[in-house]
Write a protein that binds this ligand. Structure first.
Ligand SMILES: Nc1nc2c(ncn2[C@@H]2O[C@H](COP(=O)(O)OP(=O)(O)OP(=O)(O)O)[C@@H](O)[C@H]2O)c(=O)[nH]1
Length: 378
């Protein structure tokens, strides 16, 4: 302990000292187990790992123990990652869809000139505020529009249950007397474009170049925002087919940060990635599944937005590279029909590196998605 700086936690073993078997923090560390592999490097104690999950095996997930932090783990832990007999990469399919309710909606003018309606949902599965970002006027929420007993017209307008546009002096949620015909929503002409997006604070808010989540969110909004003739000529050929269809669509924004493991755990995973793991291995080392997300909430929200098979037999076009997501979003009883998968090619790949995210981390991130998570990025 004498070698430690003053600010160090008294529980911390100094880096220059190999832990001994008598140190309780490292009591199950032994040379034979292959945990202490370097003279200067302490093993990762069991307490480093989340007890919440047993590491599942992941397709294509053969780990290079020689160059990977798994070498610091017990043999049994490494084996669980290498040879586990089940994998949980595929999203959990709930037997029954959760109940969702849109509690408020508001118009948001955006910095690129387009307008969208932000819908905030409550549900009976978790306590998070999941969102639907709706572009265009022809997608409405059934639960929002439902009349609440005893509510006034002002109550309805305040929670966003109005047709047309709000303006000073408006008194009815039903008739926008400023605008003829605003009472009826335009008829939908083609299957709506949908993106199911999982929260990524790092990629969307603090400019991380470890992933392309921020770029994907921007791209989805861009495709839904503008008249289709304004689609950039950079759009890949498969998107050119969208030209014949009008813009509009919905981004379901799920609060499943870090593929469902949460921001704190994702940040730990980043540190493991800097220590040599790829994105899948890092999750497994923390005893989380490679992907801990589920999509039942998104399916239920799409149904509430009249994009379900019951009211929308034409189905949806889903913007994704993730095949598991396509199946998962359809729900346990095909409550939503995915008519078409629209790929999302990273901007840097599309523009030969002229635009888009550039970093060594993003290349590894995308490669791992393709090789281990089955993403179809081409
Ligand atoms: N655990 C973990 N999560 C990450 C990492 N990088 C990004 N994420 C999360 O990954 C989620 C985005 O999912 P992706 O796997 O990139 O893409 P996808 O949604 O499966 O597929 P697409 O529809 O094609 O985008 C967000 O919740 C991010 O916070 C990482 O290194 N580790």
């Amino acid at each position: 302990m004498a070698n430690l700086p003053a600010h160090a936690s008294p529980k911390l073993a100094p880096h220059s000292i190999v832990p001994t078997q008598t140190d309780p923090e490292f009591s199950n560390v032994s040379q034979e187990d292959g945990i202490v592999t370097g003279e200067q490097t302490p093993a990762l104690p069991d307490s480093f790992l989340s007890p919440a999950f047993t590491p599942p095996v992941t397709p294509g997930g053969s780990l290079d123990i020689a160059t990977n932090p798994t070498k610091f783990l017990h043999k049994s832990q490494s084996a669980a990652i290498q040879h586990g007999d089940e994998h949980t990469k595929a999203p959990k399919l709930l037997e029954e869809l959760p109940r969702v309710e849109c509690v408020v909606r508001a118009r948001i003018p955006t910095s690129n000139g387009a307008e969208m309606f932000l819908h905030l949902y409550h549900n009976d599965l978790d306590n998070k505020e999941h969102l639907a970002i709706v572009f265009g006027n022809n997608i409405r929420s059934r639960s929002l529009d439902r009349v609440h007993p005893g509510e006034t017209e002002m109550d309805r307008m305040i929670r966003g249950a109005y047709v047309g546009k709000l303006h000073p002096g408006r008194v009815s949620s039903w008739d926008d007397d400023d605008k003829a015909g605003s009472n009826s929503s335009p008829r939908r002409m083609e299957p709506p474009l949908v993106r199911i997006h999982s929260e990524c604070y790092t990629g969307e808010t603090v400019w991380s170049a470890r992933c392309d989540c921020g770029e994907q969110l921007d791209e989805a909004a861009r495709l839904m925002s503008f008249p289709v003739q304004d689609l950039s000529s950079e759009a890949p050929p498969e998107l050119q087919s969208l030209r014949s269809q009008s813009a509009g669509g919905v981004i379901i924004y799920l609060r499943q940060e870090g593929r469902g493991i949460g921001l704190g755990e994702k940040l730990k995973a980043y540190n493991l990635q800097d220590l040599g793991s790829d994105t899948v291995e890092a999750n497994l080392l923390l005893r989380h599944p490679a992907d801990a997300r589920s999509y039942g909430l998104a399916t239920a929200m799409l149904m509430d937005l009249d994009c379900g098979a019951d009211t929308n037999p034409d189905g949806i076009r889903l913007l994704t590279n993730n095949p598991d997501k396509v199946r998962a979003i359809e729900g346990p009883n095909r409550e939503v029909m995915v008519k078409e998968r629209v790929p999302m090619i990273p901007l840097a790949w599309r523009t030969g590196g002229e635009r888009g995210i550039k970093s060594s981390e993003i290349e590894g991130y995308l490669q791992t998605k393709i090789s281990k998570m089955g993403h179809m990025i081409q």
